[in-house]
Design a protein around this ligand. Structure first.
Ligand code: SF4
Ligand code: SF4
Length: 391
């Protein structure tokens, strides 16, 4: 969105500060404010900064101004807690200021690598496009670009190129195959969804990927796209409808589809998995979907794993504390990203769980890095990895 499109929302904040904490339990909600401990980093402060930029009272070409705007994980916890408006539009405002900065040529150097990589190789990690399907090289999966399949599994950038996470897409497709799903992948023909480009203010790049994705997948004739990437999923669900191309297929997150397959009797999890786990709700699978946030399905899948015990963290479901990786923070501000994840790991450890389970590769990557950084003794998994152990 452009700054002009969000003008009305700039005046919808009373600076009451309710968004700083989780309603009723009074524990911190905003990673940015808590990390930097300055009003201008909290949601209300960011809205005030955006308003001053919009009114020409604060220069956007000032590094301190942009620093406040980029120090935001896009977790939407503030929007959830806002006492004035249900689902306040705080991140849309922040995203609009980022878009304005890009429009004015005030580019964040940390994002240049990502944007150049998108232009050259259709991914955000600077990796060769030809290696995109390597995670599935020995799996004998159908090539959805060559033959018609009922379901296309979309791995996304992180799961395609982070070898340490390859067990996630491999487990996901193993579960789909075990349930008899006719599944294929696009392999090297897969592209970024464009969601990260949108969040850091590159709306033109986002639109290019959204149009490409919709045209390509509409032409495949597959009825369903399944992804394990919560960022990608929310991009498909929330952002793609803003592009003027009809989506002729349904989109499911892996946890949503696995829950359906288990309840429909098609997927049977039979082996005991004696683990005590806590579940981290990814922001993009929860709050980013507003009132349609997916909170029950992941818990239902975990409860279907024989022998597994699920315990909850204090901040869970709509009130979950962010992993810290979102909205470009892990690329541009790793210190902030790791601190945020480290806070979450402490909360996970306090439950007595031996493992933290999530449903987004960006969360999983950042938690693994934070566990190393802070020496936290807790295992990190995706739900598909845990469920696959029960096959
Ligand atoms: S989206 Fe998250 S990090 Fe950004 S201002 Fe809101 S609560 Fe803070
Ligand atoms: S709770 Fe809502 S109105 Fe109050 S300071 Fe936060 S964003 Fe502004």
């Amino acid at each position: 969105m452009a700054l002009n499109d969000v003008k009305e929302w700039l005046y919808g904040c009373s600076r009451c500060g309710t968004c700083k904490d989780i309603l009723n339990i009074f524990v911190p909600a905003c990673p940015s404010g808590e990390m930097y401990q300055l009003e201008s980093y909290y949601p209300s402060g960011k809205i005030a900064v955006a308003r001053a930029v919009s009114e020409g009272k604060l220069p956007l070409d000032n590094d301190d101004t942009r620093e406040r705007i980029y120090a935001c994980t896009g977790c939407l916890s503030c929007e959830q807690q806002c006492g004035v408006y249900h689902h306040q539009h705080i991140f849309e405002i922040i995203q609009a200021v980022r878009t304005e900065a890009v429009g004015q040529g005030l580019l964040n150097p940390a994002y240049m690598v990502m944007v150049e990589s998108l232009k050259k190789d259709d991914n955000v990690f600077g990796k060769p496009k030809a290696e995109r399907g390597d995670w599935a090289r020995d799996l004998d999966l159908k090539d959805a670009g060559q033959e018609k399949v009922a379901t296309v599994y979309h791995a996304g950038c992180m799961l395609s190129f982070d070898r340490e996470l390859w067990n996630v897409p491999r487990s996901a497709v193993a579960l789909l195959k075990a349930a008899g799903v006719d599944v294929g992948i696009m392999g090297a023909g897969e592209s970024c969804c464009g969601g990260r480009a949108y969040e850091i203010g590159y709306v033109g790049e986002f639109t290019k990927y959204a149009e490409h994705f919709l045209e390509t997948f509409n032409s495949l004739g597959a009825g369903r796209v399944v992804t394990s990437c919560s960022d990608g999923y929310s991009t498909f669900r929330k952002l793609y409808p803003r592009v003027n191309i009809e989506m002729k297929f349904e989109v499911r997150h892996t946890v949503e589809y696995l829950d359906e397959l288990i309840k429909g009797g098609k997927l049977k999890l039979t082996k005991k998995v004696p683990m005590k786990v806590t579940y981290h709700d990814p922001c993009h699978l929860g709050r980013h979907l507003g009132d349609d946030g997916i909170y029950d399905a992941p818990r239902e899948v975990l409860k279907a794993v024989p022998g597994l015990e699920l315990v909850e963290m204090e901040r869970h479901r709509e009130n979950a504390w962010c992993c810290g990786a979102g909205a470009g923070v892990s690329q541009a501000n790793p210190e902030f990203a790791l601190w945020t994840a480290g806070e979450r790991l402490k909360e996970a450890r306090a439950t007595g769980a031996g493992a933290l389970v999530t449903a987004c590769p960006w969360c999983e990557r950042n938690f693994k890095d934070a566990a190393k950084e802070y020496g936290q003794d807790i295992e990190i998994y995706d739900i598909a990895e845990v469920a696959c152990r029960a096959l």
